[in-house]
Ligand binder design. Sequence first.
Ligand SMILES: [Zn+2]
Length: 237
Amino acid sequence: MNVVSVMAHQDDEMHCLGTMLRCRARGDRLWFVTLTDGSKGFVQRPDISPEEAARIRHEEMSALAAELGAQYINLRGPDEFLYDSPDVRMEVIEAIRRTGAHLVFTHFEQDYNADHTTTARLVRHCAMQSSLPVLPTSTPPLPEHPAIFMIEPHGPFGFVPTHFVDISDCEAEKVRLLGCHRSQEEAMKATAGVKAGFEEQCRRRAAYWGAQAGCAFAEAFVPMRARGAIKPFRVLP
Ligand SMILES: [Zn+2]
């Protein structure tokens, strides 16, 4: 199975990476797709040029993907200014086709960042279109609509998960891998209202969801309620 994280930014995979590790352990292939270039990610450092910021974040995401033997596709849209447009849709369709996606993780439809919610809307539409020959790209259409699960947003307002994956055995490895995003670790710790790195942010959320599901650490998901994205069989590990 091809398992694909389609997110706005490099590091947004933080709330599905443990599940992706479980997928990898069962023999799945992993892919990471980001829709923006991450060039505004150094939120406290306007002295770092957008070009330099994008370069650093591409390297960090590439390093994480390489550790997992995963492929990384960076669509390099404008960070913080991602809009749904015909060109962006065709790029997302082509990226989803290239991955041969069976299972997609993406953002929840309500989140604090407009790039996140735009990405969720694009995935809803483009995952469906990825299997339609009427929209040709350089890769042939997918044979099937992929399953789609939405991750916990930052500040889970309105997020009522129905699917939980026990990540207790790989939680430490997940946190270690997220350390690849070194620049964002520093940026988050310096941001008012966040003040926590990946370890603290992910561990306390995973422990909370784990308490609901009866395990030490869990990741929580909402299936995308769209025809084709819902499957009549088990997809998550
Ligand atoms: Zn983000």
